[in-house]
Design a protein around this ligand. Structure first.
Ligand SMILES: [Mg+2]
Length: 362
């Protein structure tokens, strides 16, 4: 079996950190990026908050009215997605210059494949170089996890935030997993965690030693993968090895939501992030699609193909919102995703072909 060395890199409280960097007067204060709290009557949610705000119990996804109740003295700032997307594109190119191919999964997160480093010591050295470069060039910190599979790398990066680095070599994997709470596995939400608790399962070690039938009753067909993960057997590298045919972003809501503002806000983040990547890699997208997942893993997808490949933010926004309006039946949404496919890598000589004003969506 090939042993990957995978790194998960996650910027620390990204939007809040960018705002604080751009306005040093905010340093040390509880800073909340999100909807207008309107003195506690605001709708919408917290998208990111500084660690000082987290000390008051605030967290991403929390209703903004609740955040205001808990910490009215916080500095509330509306998100500037265009600025965050620019910073993100610069960070991703720093990472790419050092690590080679990366798999960007959100505006502030990426997976790197450092298998070619051979040892974890070498991989940690590369990760340190990346952390220093981001700090020097952008004045921002990130946390990294290094492990033999992407899911373990993600769990590791969560462990020592902010500015952390957690290394979990194959030999360290079982001791690392065994005492973590079951909910530390990405994808296990609050409801699943409750069901596990009811079955007497609290830690990942408990999952690993339980009868798989118990897991099958709770997770159905996902039980086998979960069992593998808990037993330290999962091995998955980057999902974009080889020529990329599409780029995508997705977001799982902490709680299923039927609030259109929350869903649209999340889609806007993804659109900016995708557009930034198209810009950064100098590619255009022929087709845009969206994916909506409802509770119970019911997933619907729909896409639209443009007259000409594009990366014009207005065209992409119009297309995505159009698809969403067509598809969404106001039922609660668990996950939303946006994908660009039919990627076009223009020959530099033919660049002008794509510079025509593009306004039509077929
Ligand atoms: Mg982050």
């Amino acid at each position: 079996m090939e042993e990957f060395i995978i790194v998960h890199l996650d910027m620390d409280s990204f939007y809040a950190s960018v705002e604080i960097r751009n306005n040093p007067n905010l340093a040390g204060l509880p800073v909340v990026i999100g909807a207008d709290p309107m003195l506690g009557k605001g709708r919408g949610v917290v998208s990111t908050c500084s660690y000082e705000a987290r000390a008051y119990g605030l967290h991403s996804g929390m209703p903004i009215s609740r955040a205001y109740q808990l910490c009215p003295q916080a500095v509330f700032i509306p998100p500037s997605m265009d600025i965050y997307a620019q910073v993100s594109a610069r960070i991703m190119s720093i990472v790419q210059n050092i690590a080679g191919e990366i798999e960007q999964v959100s505006i502030d997160e990426a997976y790197l494949d450092l298998t070619s480093c051979v040892t974890y010591e070498q991989a940690a050295h590369v990760a340190t170089t990346i952390k220093q470069a981001i700090r020097q060039q952008e004045g921002l910190t990130c946390s990294v996890g290094i492990a033999p599979s992407r899911i373990y790398a993600k769990m590791a990066s969560e462990l020592h935030k902010p500015d952390g680095m957690t290394i979990v070599s194959p030999a360290d994997l079982l001791p690392f997993l065994i005492h973590l709470p079951a909910g530390a596995i990405p994808g296990i939400g609050k409801k699943s965690e409750l069901a596990l608790t009811d079955a007497g399962i609290h830690t990942i070690g408990d999952i690993a030693t339980t009868n798989i039938q118990v897991l099958q009753d709770i997770f159905g067909s996902h039980a086998v993968r979960l069992y593998q993960i808990a037993r330290g057997l999962d091995r998955e590298g980057l999902r974009n090895s080889g020529k990329r045919k599409s780029i995508s972003r997705e977001h799982t809501f902490l709680e299923d939501t039927s609030d259109p503002d929350t869903i649209l806000c999340s889609m806007q983040t993804m659109i900016y992030s995708l557009q930034g990547e198209l810009e950064e890699r100098n590619i255009y997208s022929r087709t845009i699609g969206i994916r909506i997942r409802y509770p119970g893993f019911i997933t619907r997808t729909k896409s639209v193909t443009f007259m000409q490949p594009t990366r014009d933010i207005r065209i992409i926004e119009k297309a995505v919102y159009g698809l969403f309006t067509d598809m969404w039946d106001t039922k609660p949404v668990r996950l939303i995703g946006v994908r660009c496919f039919g990627l076009v890598y223009p020959d530099p000589v033919q660049r002008t072909l794509f510079d025509f004003k593009q306004s039509e969506i077929s």
